[in-house]
Every structure is written in structure tokens, then in C-alpha cells.
Design a protein around this ligand. Structure first.
Ligand SMILES: *[C@@H]1O[C@H](CO)[C@@H](O)[C@H](O)[C@H]1NC(C)=O
Ligand SMILES: *[C@@H]1O[C@H](CO)[C@@H](O)[C@H](O)[C@H]1NC(C)=O
Ligand SMILES: *[C@@H]1O[C@H](CO)[C@@H](O)[C@H](O)[C@H]1NC(C)=O
Ligand SMILES: *[C@@H]1O[C@H](CO)[C@@H](O)[C@H](O)[C@H]1NC(C)=O
Ligand SMILES: *[C@@H]1O[C@H](CO)[C@@H](O)[C@H](O)[C@H]1NC(C)=O
Ligand SMILES: *[C@@H]1O[C@H](CO)[C@@H](O)[C@H](O)[C@H]1NC(C)=O
Length: 496
């Protein structure tokens, strides 16, 4: 081999479009001889080898007009081509002549490339039904301006999708732009299931660079999936177990379809007739509000759903039990008017479907008895209002109460008379008489049997229960007449 002219060149040179390709041509001439000429060609498919330039000594002759202005030759005779385009993808030949050593050549393939931009993905925005008969379009992916053309693959939740007969279609179109670059568009058609409402789809662009495979992934997209309801749920809120009369109740109906179906509400009446309550409900959100429920609100309620896609109906029932207390009744034994010294028994009774507790409370609210209250040796002072409170311990907040008045009747009894025995002259004296009786007693004073103050009396009446001795102060007594007297002695035996 040492005796032969050898030209050595790399098999392939890769350069990005727009860049400068440097094609090296190294040669060995036996006996340290020098070259006579170097020719650069490229290989054209139809025309064969096309001359680019001819180098002798320091002289460079450019032949090809297509490359005029883009070629340069280095000290080492390497050929540089600037502003590389897709058309420069071809084979270049370096031919070296060295007089008696003859001629040798070698070739380099120039590969030009343009890395694809990140692919653009567009998901189906209209929504896809799981019941679609055609294979629906999921998304489209476009990779623009690359060279050579890349491949596109599709992925769902990270898993690669393959075309499948009648299930998955992935048509691809390849467009050559005027720049010579490629735009690849790939569309994914596939059937969806209910689970695909959470699926993420993306496409990946694959290209080669310097013998290595590279990828660029698109963004992840999701699609709206339409599916019919499979389950309907009907609930009483806040809780069906402890509903009591007067509560505000909400019946909530839910269906797991997308979009949500239309909801209707019914209540079962006698003989299995169903009363339509839909006018009281929100038929799009599936909510029926019942305000201030009572005993008659109890019963079986039904929610019915209608899927507008396939007109399929589903239904669900719930039993509403409204707990209540009614007929609170208080019994007083004996029921005849009570006298001082009598005894009385108060008992309390009510109806409810749940167990009840009874409490007797006095006017101050203190607990004084269970469902019976026995009061003995009644006095006027025991006269009071008592109330029976009926409680349903199993239903928090469910209670009622009824009040009863225990009135002890009797003749008035004087319980207090204030009677200062001595008073000073000109002093105003109030004498008070307190009596107790039922019904309410009235109190009258008299002096020496006279109920009216005679003209000139030093005393006068100041309303019930109080006698005022007020020299000079009563309108019906004359002032000054009794001045000089040292005192008035009262003897008060009783007031009536
Ligand atoms: C071309 O150059 C390469 C790299 O130096 C070398 O391996 C190959 O043998 C050469 N081919 C010819 C025909 O000289
Ligand atoms: C594209 O796919 C073809 C066929 O599967 C394969 O031969 C080629 O290497 C791929 N190109 C890229 C850039 O992955
Ligand atoms: C896609 O997912 C996002 C985030 O989970 C969500 O907000 C959006 O509504 C979804 N879009 C569709 C079309 O389902
Ligand atoms: C009833 O009350 C009166 C007055 O408080 C008392 O004197 C009497 O002993 C009581 N009788 C009974 C039976 O408790
Ligand atoms: C009992 O209640 C009634 C009505 O609330 C009231 O008029 C009356 O004064 C009360 N009786 C007593 C003894 O407090
Ligand atoms: C009331 O009667 C007593 C004894 O009869 C007599 O002393 C007194 O003056 C009389 N008082 C008045 C205010 O009439």
C-alpha cells in the first residue's frame, strides 16, 4: 500500500441546514511527492459527476455556477460549502492527481438536516362519546419544517399506541414545503372508554442525528368523554336517620354519567300513584329541597334520570322518615278548683313513633318531676305555672312542651301590716297591709269604721294596701288644724 496514491475522506458528513459543510480530503503520495491537481465533483442523479472546482498550485478554478460564491478551499485543500440547503444532500468526490503516481479519489456523503420543532398537538375539543359508531378522532399532531422527514408515534398514558383493525387508525400526511423542509401531520383515531376521561394523550417525533435516534414529545392533552350513567344515588341530606318535623331537608340525586342526565323527582302516594315533584326541584343539578318537613312529608321518594344521548332511564328510591311528637296532653287530678291544703297530681302524655322522655319544670325552669308531678298541701304560694317538656332522646332537637297553671283558691289572708306605733308631728306615715288570696284580693282601709276621710282628717288613702297619714298633704284634709298636737296614737287591729 505504501507504493500507491491514497485519498482518504470520511464516509459521511452531517451539517445543519444553513450551516457550513467542511469536506476534508487527505491524501498520501508515495515518496513524499506533491500533487499536480485536485478536482472536486459532486454526484448528480441524472447528470453523473458534476465538476465543482479544479485546484493547481495556488490556483482555484470554480466550475459550477450553482455553487458560485458558496465554496472555499482551505490550506489543507478541504472544501467548505456555506449556506447549506436540502439540495446539498449528495455525494462529493475529491480527485487527486500526482503525475507519475497516477490519480486517486474518495467520496463523502453530505447529509443535511434540520431538527424538527416541538410538535403541535390539537385535541378534539367537541367531546367524544363512548358509544360512537365511527372511530372518533382523538387528536392531531403536526411537526413542522424538518429534514429529512421524521416519524410520529402516539401515546396514551405513556403507552405507545399501534394501529389496530377497526380500533386504532393513525393516518399520516407528509408535505414538502417550498423551502424543501418537511411537515408531517399525524391524526389519531381511536375508540374511547369511560376511563379515558382521565387519559392523557401525546405524540412523539422521532429523528436521526449523527447516527443517534432522538425524540421530541408534544404536550399532554385530554379529551372530554361522554358516557351514560351506570349508577344513580339518592341521598337525604343532612342525614336520613334523624329527620324531625320542621327540618329543612335536601334530597340529592347523583348519576355517574357525563354529561349529567336530566333528573325528575316523585313521591309515592296512595295506591302506588307517584306525585311528580320535579317542578319543585332543580332538574339539572338533581336537588330537591323540602322546607319545614312534617309527618306527612314521610314516605318513599324516587329520583329518575334520563340520558339525553340514548334516552335511557334509571331510577333510585329513598325512604324519608320524619320524626315527630304530637298530642301533648296534660292531666290534672283533681281537676276541680284547688283550695289551700289540697294535693294535686299532674301527668303528661304525648304520641311519637320514637321513645319519649318527660320532664316537669317549674316557672324558673328547674326540674321538679318526671312524667308525673305530685304537689301536696297546696298554698297560695305554690300557685304557679308548670310545664311538661316532652323529649325524644333518639332524635336530637325533637321536643315539645305544654304549660299548665296550678291556681290555689281561697279567702284572703293578711300576711303583713306595717304599723309604727308612734310618729312625730308633721311626719308622713305610710301604713301597708299585705294580703294573699286567689283570685287576687283587694285591700281597703278604714279608720274607726270610716272608709272615707272626713273633712279635716289628718289621714287619707293612697291606693290599695297603703294608708297615708300626711298632715297638710291630702287634698281632702285641711292643713294646720292639728298643729300643736304631740302625737297620734294608732290602734290597728286589722285591715280587710
Ligand atoms: C476512503 O477514505 C476512507 C477513510 O479514510 C478509507 O477508509 C477508505 O479506504 C477510502 N476509500 C478509498 C476507495 O480509498
Ligand atoms: C421511521 O420509521 C421507519 C419505518 O418504521 C424507520 O425505518 C425509520 O428509521 C424511522 N425514522 C426515524 C427518524 O425514526
Ligand atoms: C383536562 O384536564 C384538566 C386538568 O385535570 C381539566 O381541568 C380539564 O377540564 C380537562 N379537559 C378536558 C377537555 O377534559
Ligand atoms: C301544710 O302546710 C301548713 C302551713 O305551711 C302546715 O302548718 C301544715 O303542717 C302542713 N300540713 C301537712 C300535712 O304537711
Ligand atoms: C302563668 O302564665 C300566664 C301566661 O303566661 C301568666 O299570665 C300568669 O301570670 C302566670 N302565672 C303565674 C302564677 O306566674
Ligand atoms: C277613733 O276612736 C278612738 C276611740 O273611740 C278615738 O279616741 C279617736 O279619736 C278616733 N280617731 C279618729 C281619727 O277619729
Amino acid at each position: 500500500a505504501a507504493g500507491k496514491l491514497e485519498v482518504s475522506m470520511p464516509a459521511v458528513v452531517e451539517v445543519e441546514i444553513g450551516g457550513t459543510a467542511r469536506l476534508e480530503c487527505n491524501f498520501y503520495i508515495p515518496g513524499n511527492g506533491s500533487y499536480t491537481y485536485i478536482n472536486w465533483f459532486y454526484v448528480s442523479a441524472d447528470l453523473g459527476e458534476e465538476w465543482l472546482c479544479h485546484i493547481t498550485g495556488s490556483e482555484i478554478l470554480e466550475e459550477n455556477t450553482d455553487y458560485k460564491g458558496r465554496l472555499s478551499v482551505g490550506e489543507d485543500k478541504a472544501l467548505s460549502i456555506s449556506k447549506v440547503t436540502v439540495l446539498d444532500t449528495r455525494t462529493f468526490v475529491c480527485q487527486v492527481g500526482a503525475g507519475s503516481h497516477g490519480e486517486g479519489e474518495n467520496r463523502t456523503e453530505l447529509h443535511v438536516y434540520k431538527v424538527p420543532e416541538a410538535p403541535e398537538i390539537t385535541a378534539n375539543s367537541a367531546g367524544i362519546s363512548v358509544q360512537s359508531s365511527d372511530i372518533p378522532q382523538i387528536a392531531q399532531c403536526v411537526s413542522r419544517n424538518s429534514f429529512p422527514h421524521p416519524n410520529i408515534t402516539w401515546h396514551k398514558n405513556g403507552e405507545k399506541l399501534q394501529p389496530e383493525e377497526k380500533k386504532v387508525k393513525i393516518p399520516t400526511t407528509l408535505t414538502r414545503e417550498s423551502s424543501g423542509l418537511y411537515t408531517v401531520s399525524s391524526t389519531l383515531f381511536a375508540h374511547v372508554t369511560r376511563e379515558d376521561r382521565n387519559s392523557l394523550f401525546y405524540c412523539t417525533v422521532h429523528y436521526w442525528l449523527r447516527g443517534q435516534s432522538h425524540t421530541v414529545e408534544s404536550q399532554r392533552v385530554n379529551v372530554t368523554v361522554f358516557y351514560p350513567a351506570e349508577h344513580v344515588k339518592l341521598q337525604v341530606m343532612p342525614s336520613s336517620a334523624l329527620v324531625k318535623e320542621g327540618d329543612d331537608i335536601r334530597l340529592v340525586c347523583e348519576a355517574d354519567g357525563n354529561p349529567a342526565p336530566v333528573f325528575s323527582f316523585y313521591k309515592r302516594e296512595l295506591e302506588d300513584n307517584w306525585q311528580d315533584l320535579s317542578s319543585l326541584a332543580d332538574t339539572t343539578s338533581g336537588v330537591l329541597d323540602l322546607r319545614g318537613v312534617n309527618k306527612s312529608s314521610s314516605g318513599l321518594y324516587r329520583c329518575q334520570t334520563l340520558d339525553l344521548d340514548d334516552m335511557r332511564q334509571m331510577e333510585k328510591d329513598v325512604e324519608l322518615v320524619v320524626n315527630y311528637i304530637e298530642g301533648v296532653h296534660v292531666k290534672m287530678e283533681p281537676s276541680s278548683p284547688l283550695q289551700e291544703g289540697d294535693s294535686v297530681r299532674l301527668s303528661c302524655d304525648a304520641y311519637s313513633p320514637v321513645a319519649l322522655d318527660y320532664q316537669w319544670r317549674d316557672e324558673k325552669g328547674s326540674l321538679v318531676g318526671g312524667n308525673q308531678l305530685f304537689l301536696s298541701n297546696l298554698t297560695f304560694e305554690t300557685s304557679s305555672n308548670f310545664s311538661c317538656k316532652v323529649i325524644a332522646p333518639s332524635v336530637p332537637g325533637l321536643e315539645q312542651s305544654k304549660q299548665v297553671a296550678v291556681a290555689v283558691q281561697g279567702k284572703p289572708r293578711i300576711v303583713a301590716i306595717s304599723s309604727p306605733l308612734y310618729v312625730r308631728q308633721d311626719e308622713v306615715v305610710n301604713l301597708t297591709c299585705k294580703a294573699i288570696a286567689f283570685p287576687r284580693p283587694s285591700v281597703h282601709w278604714n279608720v274607726n269604721g270610716t272608709v272615707r276621710a272626713p273633712e279635716g282628717s289628718p289621714w287619707c288613702f293612697l291606693g290599695a294596701g297603703t294608708l297615708s297619714l300626711s298632715p297638710g298633704r291630702c287634698s281632702n284634709a285641711e292643713a294646720g288644724e292639728h298643729q300643736g298636737e304631740t302625737g297620734i296614737n294608732f290602734f290597728l287591729s286589722h285591715c280587710v
